[in-house]
Design a protein around this ligand. Structure first.
Ligand SMILES: O=C(O)CCC(=O)C(=O)O
Ligand SMILES: [Fe+2]
Length: 356
């Protein structure tokens, strides 16, 4: 159902909440999970969720002339059915990816006071903390995070970039530079797979395109039957590039109304279409709904990089994808990420509001 963005309540103030790690420290081994994390409806019934291979795309082959047709065809199918794929040969060694995972673990393993040096300020998104709490009714996610803008350079708030572990700043710089290269290749391939001008997705991202990274920690949870690491959502991005934990699963995708577990492919990055690429492609690419489950024994980490258009850039379906037989399906949107979290926390999808 289409709805106008004015129907979403705009929070004036944010209500405070503790990080999950802090909560666990205070609980001193007590198993009780606070009420506000418990899903009374939509609890994660995991009993019939299957593991299904998400398409694997070799980035090295994607744009080479000799293999273009078949590779691009597979790529397009991945984006129109799953809305996500695992990418290999992306230019980063398994050792380097392990280093990125390791620094993520090391950061979350620091004493609370150390992490709190980088605390997110109320109503800001960058920094260490957890869910933005905008209503007492909100069911919270069992996750702590460190959210940092890496591009454009001027969006960086370096005082929130941890100096401990010492390697974090340098490794993050290196990792995000590599991700920019992957992003460009993927965006060009997306255009090519739709027979559009090579640069059309890349231009939407823009020279000042935003890349925000979110380090996620999902501590063990004694009630995985009723608590979620992340509520079902689709991303408000053009694309999202995700580095998954190497040992612990948890991510699931909704496809044809069924949940599927995302397998771990240790050397791969998992890339998914976000709402903005769904809009640009006039609905041809699917921005998939996904969620993260909790694990009773093991903690899980992940690192998501969100690619968003530069500030004030307007996003609407490419004209060449709109004609009499395929009418325009989405309205123009701008600064989409600003309203995204308000919808998310109410368990709603912002893309509904832009549907015509
Ligand atoms: O932790 C994961 O595997 C997924 C993270 C995610 O979906 C997000 O940060 O938007
Ligand atoms: Fe996500």
């Amino acid at each position: 159902m289409a709805e106008s963005s004015s129907t979403i309540a705009k929070p004036k103030i944010e209500l405070g909440s503790k990080t999950v790690q802090e909560l666990l420290l205070l609980a001193k081994g007590e198993q009780q999970v606070p009420e506000k994390y418990i899903h009374k409806v939509g609890a994660p019934d995991d009993s019939s969720v299957q593991l299904k291979d998400i398409p694997v795309i070799d980035l090295d082959l994607l744009l080479t002339p000799s293999s273009t047709t078949q590779q691009l065809e597979n790529f397009r199918t991945a984006l129109t059915t799953w809305g996500c794929f695992q990418v290999i040969n992306h230019g980063m060694t398994p050792e380097f990816l392990d280093e990125v995972r390791e620094m993520t673990k090391q950061f979350f393993a620091l004493p609370l006071e150390e992490k709190q040096k980088y605390l997110r300020e109320v109503n800001d998104i960058q920094g260490y903390g957890n869910d933005k709490v905008i209503s007492q009714q909100q069911t919270l996610d069992w996750t702590d995070r460190l959210y940092l803008s890496v591009y454009p350079q001027e969006a960086r708030k370096l005082k929130l970039w941890p100096q401990n572990p010492q390697s974090l700043r340098g490794t993050l710089e290196q990792y995000s530079r590599k991700l920019q290269v992957v992003t460009k290749t993927v965006l060009v391939a997306m255009a090519r797979s739709l027979n559009l001008d090579d640069n059309c997705f890349w231009e939407q991202y823009g020279e000042k395109g935003k890349m925000d990274v979110r380090f996620n920690l999902y501590p063990p949870c004694s009630r995985p039957d009723v608590v979620l690491g992340l509520k079902p959502h689709a991303d408000g991005t053009i694309i999202t590039l995700l580095l998954q934990d190497k040992q612990v699963e948890g991510l699931q995708f909704l496809k044809d109304d069924q949940w599927f577990r995302a397998p771990i492919v240790p050397g791969a990055l998992l890339i998914n279409v976000g709402d903005l690429a769904e809009i640009l492609s006039n609905g041809i690419f699917k921005s998939p709904v996904h969620r993260v489950l909790t694990n009773p024994e093991k903690e899980r980490i992940s690192l998501a990089a969100f690619c968003l258009p530069e500030l004030d850039k307007e996003t609407e379906p490419f004209e060449s994808l709109v004609n009499e037989s395929t009418p325009k399906l989405y309205k123009k949107v701008k600064n989409y990420d600003r309203t995204f979290f308000d919808y998310y926390q109410q368990g709603r999808r912002p893309i509904e509001a832009s549907k015509i």
